[in-house]
Design a binder for this molecule. Structure first.
Ligand SMILES: Nc1ncnc2c1ncn2[C@@H]1O[C@H](COP(=O)(O)OP(=O)(O)OP(=O)(O)O)[C@@H](O)[C@H]1O
Ligand SMILES: [Mg+2]
Length: 330
């Protein structure tokens, strides 16, 4: 495959050189023409052509590969994200604003909070797929699992240095990079100091503009508090869609401040650098939609009996009322 691409690139580059020479045939034909000028012009053409050929075949930090399909993102989330009206609006609005701004004031930091299986990783994947043509496979999308990559507290300084070097080289390569930090709640304290300078609204830091990057933090922090709030709301008989972002956001902030080992929120929150996005616990009706969707996309015939029998095997809480799925759609 690579050989074929390389041959294609060579062929196209050679074609470019011939075209360059024929465009400047007047100069070529003139025996008194400045030979070096011809060489320079040809080299310039070849370089331009080579860049466009490379951009065509291999992923580059270019619009062709970072296609920012905002309409697709909004449509996809509207159709395929169930029961998360707060996350749906917040994610689409923040991303849209950030992407559409030629010079964003600072990097976009979205922090997703919720219990197991409510769609945090799922939404971050959908975001990656609609901003980058290669989705999670893109070299500009970086998934970092805090639990597996930063396990030992005594090695925090080494990890900080590595993370700093990683972010700097990545953004120098492509300012429009996406970082997804999974399991943020397992991050040892102090690591966030490393990320903070890149999230502030500095014009440039050592000559590099960090403000076009997007960071998504995923965590279960405040998952229980959000779930309890949603339960109380349900118990009082209010429609789920009446739950307001401001109410649930308060729960996240309160929990994050009081939870030991999660200084990261406190440090960043002071400066209003983070957008907190709650993921509500999923109800039976949402889980049924997940099951149907899964069956349909994997090519199975969807029948009510099959869906019912799958949902019957799923655990719901509270025990007496069986409202929310313990593991969401997982
Ligand atoms: N709200 C949702 N709408 C549609 N599908 C969902 C939703 N939530 C979860 N799913 C489905 O369940 C799968 C598991 O969800 P996901 O991995 O996003 O959970 P999570 O919130 O990241 O959980 P964890 O905290 O355990 O990492 C997804 O791949 C998706 O198929
Ligand atoms: Mg997850």
């Amino acid at each position: 495959m690579n050989i074929v691409i390389m041959q294609g690139q060579t062929l196209l580059a050679a074609t470019c050189i011939v075209v360059a020479c024929s465009v400047h045939s007047a100069v070529c034909a003139n025996p008194f023409a400045d030979f070096f000028e011809v060489i320079q012009l040809t080299a310039d053409y070849a370089e331009i052509c080579y860049d466009s050929v490379r951009t065509y075949f291999a992923e580059t930090c270019h619009d062709r590969w970072i296609h920012n399909n905002l309409t697709g993102l909004s449509n996809h989330l509207n159709k395929k994200l169930f029961g998360q009206h707060l996350a749906l609006d917040a994610v689409t609005n923040h991303i849209q604003r950030h992407i559409q701004s030629a010079e964003p004031a600072r990097a976009l930091v979205l922090s997703f909070h919720g219990s197991i299986g409510t769609g945090k990783s799922y939404v971050s994947r959908i975001v990656a797929e609609h901003l980058y043509r290669k989705g999670m496979e893109s070299q500009f999308v970086h998934l970092i699992s805090m639990a597996s990559e930063f396990p030992l507290e005594e090695k925090v300084q080494d990890f900080k240095d590595q993370l700093r070097a990683y972010i700097e080289s990545t953004i120098a390569d492509c300012p429009r990079s996406l970082f997804i930090f999974d399991e943020m709640n397992k991050m040892p304290p102090g690591i966030i100091d490393t990320i903070r300078p890149y999230l502030e609204s500095y014009n440039k830091l050592r000559g590099v503009n960090y403000r076009r990057a997007i960071y998504i933090f995923l965590s279960n922090t405040a998952g229980n508090g959000i779930a309890e709030y949603a339960y109380q709301h349900w118990w009082k008989g209010y429609p789920r869609e009446d739950i307001k972002l401001a109410d649930v956001r308060e729960i996240i902030i309160r929990t994050a401040i009081s939870t030991k080992n999660e200084l990261w929120h406190g440090e960043l929150m002071d400066r209003r650098l983070i957008e907190f996005i709650p993921f509500l616990p999923l109800e039976k009706s949402h889980v049924m939609k997940c099951v149907k969707d899964n069956m349909a996309t994997s090519g199975h015939k969807v029948t009510d009996e099959k869906v019912e029998s799958i949902v019957k095997a799923i655990s719901f809480w509270p025990k007496s009322e069986q409202v929310f799925a313990v593991f969401g759609c997982k």
